[in-house]
Design a protein around this ligand. Structure first.
Ligand code: PLP
Length: 302
């Protein structure tokens, strides 16, 4: 049995369902079992921990409905391919994610995360789990917006073609760099980050997609710039005609961001957050479109 360290305080909420995905030696998922999230389950030799060698997805849940489920599962499979992991059995993962959604249906907003690691070093057995929690309250940033710092990612916009082993655009467990970038932004007095390529193009946030509005056109950077294909941006762009907008993927620069009538960082759990300042320079926000989009995203049933 596990004895918690004396410094350990149990989370205040009991609402964190955890399902461990079971695998056979060939890498095929065989099902899932319920587990207690307050107890340890990972082996210290797990490559997900010792090397960050694995993938994840985070899905939003609105009143029990897991949102953009297919797009997330597709991206989970895409990340697995990029890391040469066995293809996840999406039927098993889907059932686990939907089960977590049902367990959190009492919450207005919640999230579920799926994680797949290369498993325990020296063993041919993958490690996987799906875990959920109620979401924090994001109302303030959704309405007031956030300030961002533009940070050089140190990669060219063609990195996915020239150096695919850097895994740019895969959702890997190695997010220490993304966290470090946010700390650097905070040192500069900003809340969040928009990465820029060494050849001067806007890329993405550490956990968000950048969207600009110029006139009645929405734009976002191309996925082949080594960025993650955003599921939230995908849903907003598919629905753009509902707001009389057209949507394009195109190369964008910091000048485009400064000049845009409105700009956002968008992501599954935080939804739509207006960018209200860039490198300390205030810029306008589109409060009514932000509110409409957040309402739309929250109401999604799938
Ligand atoms: N880009 C990165 C690097 C991310 O980690 C995320 C999500 O966390 C996104 C973009 C936005 O993707 P989504 O809208 O699917 O959450």
């Amino acid at each position: 049995s596990w004895t918690p360290p004396s410094s350990w305080t149990p989370p205040s909420s009991a609402n964190h369902p955890l399902l461990l995905i079971t695998h056979d030696g060939s890498g095929a998922a065989t099902g899932f079992v319920e587990a207690d999230a307050e107890h340890p389950h990972l082996n210290v030799h797990d490559l997900g921990v010792t090397r960050g060698d694995g993938i994840f997805e985070t899905y939003s849940i609105g009143r029990g409905h897991v949102q953009a489920l297919d797009a997330h599962l597709d991206r989970f499979a895409r990340s697995a391919r990029m890391l040469d992991l066995p293809q996840p059995d999406l039927g098993v993962w889907r059932d686990a994610v939907l089960e977590i959604g049902r367990r959190l249906a009492d919450h207005e907003e919640a999230w579920v995360r799926t994680i797949l690691t290369r498993g325990i070093e020296g063993h041919d057995m993958l490690t996987g789990w799906a875990q959920g929690r109620p979401s924090p309250d994001y109302r303030r940033e959704r309405t007031e917006g956030l300030s961002v710092a533009l940070l050089d990612r140190g990669l060219r916009s063609d990195v996915a073609q020239t150096s695919p082993w850097l895994l740019a655009g895969a959702k890997t467990l190695s997010y220490a760099v993304n966290r470090a970038a946010v700390r650097e932004a905070q040192r500069r007095g900003a809340d969040d980050v928009v990465f820029v390529s060494t050849d001067g193009f806007l890329l993405e946030g550490p956990n968000s997609t950048v969207v600009l509005r110029r006139g009645d056109t929405l734009s976002t950077p191309p996925v082949d710039f080594g960025i993650l294909p955003g599921t939230t941006q995908g849903d907003l762009f598919a629905a753009a005609p509902e707001w009389g907008l057209q949507a394009v993927m195109e190369p964008l620069t910091p000048d485009d961001l400064h000049a845009a009538e409105a700009a956002w960082i968008v992501s599954s759990v935080r939804h739509v957050t207006p960018i209200r300042a860039v490198d300390g320079v205030e810029r306008p926000i589109d409060a009514s479109l932000s509110a409409a989009w957040n309402g739309y995203l929250h109401a999604r049933l799938s």
